[in-house]
Design a protein around this ligand. Structure first.
Ligand SMILES: [Zn+2]
Length: 370
């Protein structure tokens, strides 16, 4: 049997007693069936819209008529995701998007990031590596900068020219920028690195770039929330939250091990194909190659637009409040660039995420990386 998220009940039942105990203390799930009764006039449309569900028209109608839903809950953090088999079974067809490539090329002529010294502002402490960084012209926080990639095209990660050294350079440049901010203002300790790739992910400029901020007084809300939830989990069950998160994904077959970094196909993803990389620290030499592999796995899954975020303890030496908090890299697919609708709605903002992709299929792409 191929493992699929809609068979999570059977997969969890097959776990050994220790793995099962660990799973149950962090995760919960509910399985149900949605009954859908289409009128005969809809049948032809359904068979055309969901051709991958079954080879026969009766098969398609049967699959639509009874849809298996799995609702997964992380009991420590409250992150929850609804998976639906009808959506999840859509096949992946990696295809080039010539219109998108044309649009990216057309933006080159007027691209300010291709001329950063004339067309981008600097931070108070200058730039890292001559022209590699700039300040955000409309800042989110007191310190807000960008790493401008050498290549104009944000789709470079989908090409064979993309190298792990480029990711290492991004991480080192962003860290050097954050250290400069922290040196200028020692109260600025909360470094956050993010990468919005293309407009579906919130990028307003096409040219490949990452962004970083350094906050004061407390970490960004979601990072602080996770710190508190992990502490609460440890207090309640006596186990390390992050070690359990990794071990559970490993026991379910949802993880790959890349040197010192665990790569997880997240069981409670925020949206499509979410990956979580867990490293012991930001300057781990295994982190850059792991991020590179994760992006290559995204390319294999035909992802074009994505968000990446890095969670880590504050700058400036060990802080007892953050003891045991690792470095996490989160990556999520933001969907079809040609779709007019947003990929998130009220469900994602205020209830549980609704996800079409199957973490077991995502895990297969992670494991296929060399
Ligand atoms: Zn450019």
């Amino acid at each position: 049997m191929t493992a699929t998220i809609t068979r999570l009940d059977e997969i969890v039942s097959a776990l050994g007693p220790e793995d099962r105990r660990r799973f149950d203390r962090l995760f919960d799930f509910a399985v149900c069936e949605a009954r859908v009764l289409p009128p005969p006039a809809m049948e032809a449309w359904i068979a055309k819209a969901f051709p991958y569900l079954a080879p026969t028209r009766e098969g398609v109608l049967g699959a639509i008529g009874r849809q298996r839903i799995v609702h997964v809950m992380n009991r420590a953090t409250g992150q929850a995701t609804l998976f639906n088999a009808v959506r999840a079974q859509r096949p992946i067809e990696a295809k080039a998007d010539t219109d998108l490539e044309r649009e990216i090329e057309a933006a080159r002529a007027k691209c300010s990031f291709c001329r950063p010294l004339e067309q981008t502002p600097a931070n108070t402490f200058g730039r890292i590596g001559q022209a590699k960084t700039c300040a955000n012209v409309a800042a989110y926080d007191g310190y807000h900068g960008l790493v401008i990639f050498e290549d104009h095209s944000p789709l470079r990660f989908r090409t064979d020219a993309f190298r792990p050294e480029e990711v290492a350079d991004l991480l080192a440049t962003s860290r050097a920028w954050a250290d400069r901010a922290h040196a200028e203002d020692p109260a600025a300790r909360y470094f956050f690195l993010m990468w919005n790739c293309l407009w579906k992910a919130g990028a307003s400029i096409l040219h490949g770039h990452a962004q970083m901020t350094v906050g004061r007084k407390f970490h960004y809300g979601k990072v602080e929330r996770l710190r508190r939830d992990a502490l609460g989990y440890h207090r309640q069950v006596g186990a390390d939250y992050f070690a359990d998160l990794v071990a559970i994904h490993e026991s379910l077959g949802l993880a790959a091990r890349w040197g010192g970094v665990a790569a997880l196909a997240h069981l409670a993803p925020a949206k499509e194909r979410e990956l979580v990389l867990v490293a012991d620290r930001f300057d781990s030499p295994d982190l850059a190659p792991a991020v590179w592999r994760a992006l290559r796995a995204f390319a294999a899954l035909d992802v074009k637009s994505y968000n990446m975020a890095v969670y880590m303890p504050p700058l400036g030496g060990p802080d007892p409040d953050w003891r045991g908090f690792p470095c996490l890299v989160l990556l999520v697919d933001r969907g079809d660039l040609s779709a007019k609708t947003a990929d998130v709605g009220a469900m994602e903002f205020y209830a549980s995420a609704v996800v079409s992709s199957d973490p077991f299929q995502v895990a297969a792409a992670l494991k296929a990386q060399p």
